[in-house]
Design a protein around this ligand. Structure first.
Ligand code: C2E
Ligand code: MG
Ligand code: MG
Length: 580
């Protein structure tokens, strides 16, 4: 299980050998290096993984990596001692187990405690000097000072220390040091919606996945909140850092199951090399951090290596952030409207899509600036403006047409959403049933009474609610049962290859059957080709949206579209039929 198991006490701790942690080693390296205790660690197969030099001194030849715990402590085969040992092994609280006297007749006991990988044993013998309890406390304090209690990984202090030492040892022909900063994507959403207990569980599971991805010469740290780091020493670079980053990104592709709920949380990674990108720890961390930021803005769930042009990117973002604060007041935000088409050819409404016309940069899409606005607490004001502006525009359209408005999680969770919506429809004078609000699953992770209340109140007001981007996140069917949705919007991810991919066809068909069975309408997003439109119409999709039927339009173009739309859409459909 841990074939590289090492006895540490007698080995020298030179910067290249002692500093290069081995799999599983980061947890206990300190203890093994400093303690004079008879200390040993075992994995889940009861095999010896790590031990202090003293253990070897006492038990001699029996002490080899991989030896079974009962080869060193035969008493644990005896039912009298075994049950208590197994209780701790299975995660129970630590216990001090009195063992039969050793050959030299001194009474002894084993303090057994569970670890992330199995168990640890501190054997105590009665002798002069410090009491047994003091010794145990000493060992545990040492561990606590350098390790994170929640995840068992080494902590920030230890990280700073190790990085500094690694940087100091660099130079000449020595191989480079790689620093990988890892940040969990969407951790905040999990913490906010599922609660801190779930957040803690997620961090523990995430730490486990990081630990499992490590090889020789790699050590992991929990640096802060949801930020982790890995230091890689003595490796062929950049190849090895890129390989590790790839396996870390992959390790986060499967959902974490927390309280029975599958939660998708990816990881973004920034890589920097010493001495190339920094000659001391602080510089290297800054470089890795900038690379991490680039990974986040490149769509998350990916790794990026630092390069100087990233500094420019960072500066641009800071500029954007500053100008976003005044964008609303300066009238730089505006809406486009994308038609929603009911087959074969009726326009039933439009979805309002937010844009920012930046005076120097030009038009910035919502995916770029909405996350910044959310992080800076600007989305409440912007969201309110979008809602009012969209309703006012809709009042200029024929009264049969609806307007769909996207809500960001921050707006939904703010607590004042229903009041704001009620005030706006009142002030504008629009019929509530012409307004449709689009939410994504992220805001519904937890079926709190508040969430259900909010949606029910909106429902009672007569407002329609759609579940946006369905299929990309959790796709929990319980949402469909417990929340009053009018429409489910299938994400363009499934629509894009609909004409060629049988799996996408099966998924889309099943989602439509399910929704229809529950009395929910289905809109297909991102319809780009006639073949996709044809397939969807044949399968009874209620509504289509996408560039094939109409791109997002400026306000003036909307009236024109409404006037000409039946003809336009019929023509598009005819074209698609001809292609049949
Ligand atoms: P969404 O709500 O899923 O909106 C649909 C997105 O797909 C829009 O991107 C739209 O322009 C794009 N799209 C439509 N048809 C096609 C097609 O045929 N092919 C392709 N490739 N794309 C198509 P857009 O406008 O960039 O908006 C992106 C996302 O930003 C929206 O996704 C929505 O989640 C968010 N968003 C937009 N406006 C607002 C807003 O006012 N408030 C909030 N909170 N979020 C908004
Ligand atoms: Mg939408
Ligand atoms: Mg969508």
């Amino acid at each position: 299980m841990y074939p590289e198991a090492t006895g540490v006490g007698t080995e020298s701790e030179g910067p290249s050998s002692g500093d290069a942690p081995r799999p599983g080693e980061p947890l206990f390296a300190d203890l093994l290096a400093y303690t004079t205790e008879i200390l040993s660690f075992y994995d889940r197969d009861f095999c010896l993984t790590h031990y202090a030099a003293k253990l070897k001194g006492v038990y001699g030849g029996a002490v080899v990596p991989g030896a079974a715990v009962w080869e060193i402590y035969p008493s644990f085969l005896d039912a009298k001692y075994r049950d208590e040992f197994l209780r701790v092994f299975h995660g129970g609280s630590p216990a001090s187990i009195d063992l039969p006297p050793s050959p030299d007749e001194s009474p002894r006991s084993a303090f057994v405690f569970a670890t992330a990988n199995g168990v640890g044993i501190i054997e105590s013998r009665e002798r002069d000097g410090r009491s047994v309890v003091e010794e145990q406390e000493h060992v545990i304090l040492l561990h606590q000072a350098t390790h994170d209690v929640l995840t068992g990984l080494q902590n920030r202090r230890r990280f700073g220390d190790r990085l500094q030492r690694a940087m100091a040892a660099l130079g000449g022909s020595k191989p480079k040091t790689a620093l990988l900063q890892i940040d969990l994507d969407d951790f905040k959403a999990v913490n906010d919606t599922l609660g801190h207990g779930a957040g803690d569980t997620l961090l523990q599971l995430a730490a486990g996945r990081i630990r499992d991805a490590l090889q020789d010469g790699e050590s992991a740290y929990r640096y802060a909140g949801d930020e982790f780091a890995v230091i890689q020493l003595g490796k062929e670079q950049p190849a090895e850092a890129e390989r590790l980053a790839g396996s870390l990104v992959d390790a986060f592709k499967n959902p974490f199951v927390i309280n029975g709920i599958p939660v998708f949380v990816g990881s973004s990674i920034g890589i920097a090399f010493g001495p190339e990108h920094g000659t001391d720890g602080e510089q290297l961390m800054k470089a890795a951090d900038i690379a991490l930021y680039a990974a986040k803005t490149d769509g998350r769930g990916c790794a990026r290596t630092f390069n100087r042009s990233m500094l420019l990117l960072l500066e641009q973002r800071e500029n954007l952030r500053r100008s976003l604060r005044t964008a609303l007041a300066r009238g730089e935000l505006y809406l486009e409207y994308q038609p929603l088409i009911r087959p074969p050819s009726s326009v039933i409404g439009f979805e309002a899509l937010l844009r920012w016309r930046h005076p120097e940069v030009g038009i910035i899409p919502p995916n770029v600036f909405i996350p910044i606005a959310e992080a800076d607490g600007l989305m409440d004001d912007i969201g309110r403006w979008v809602l009012e502006e969209a309703c006012r525009q809709a009042m200029r359209w024929p009264s049969s047409l609806t307007v769909a408005v996207n809500l960001s999680p921050a707006q939904f969770l703010s607590g004042s959403l229903t009041d704001t919506v009620a005030q706006i429809i009142d002030a504008v004078g629009i019929d509530a049933d012409r307004l449709e609000l689009e939410i994504t699953e992220t805001v519904l992770l937890e079926q709190t009474i508040d969430n259900i209340d909010t949606l029910n109140t909106l429902n009672v007001l007569g407002i329609r609610i759609s579940l946006d981007d369905f299929g990309t996140y959790y796709s929990s069917l319980s949402y469909l049962k417990n929340f009053p949705f009018d429409t489910l919007k299938i994400d363009q991810y499934f629509i894009a290859d609909l004409d060629t991919d049988l799996k996408s066809q099966t998924i889309v068909r099943s989602i439509m059957n399910l929704a229809h069975g529950l009395g929910i309408n289905v809109t297909a997003e991102g319809v780009e080709t006639s073949a996709q439109a044809r397939w969807l119409i044949k399968e009874n999709c209620d509504c289509l949206q996408g560039n094939f039927l109409g791109r997002p339009l400026g306000v003036e173009a909307v009236s024109d579209f409404i006037r000409r739309s039946p003809l336009r859409v019929v023509r598009a459909m005819e074209r698609s039929n001809r292609a049949l």
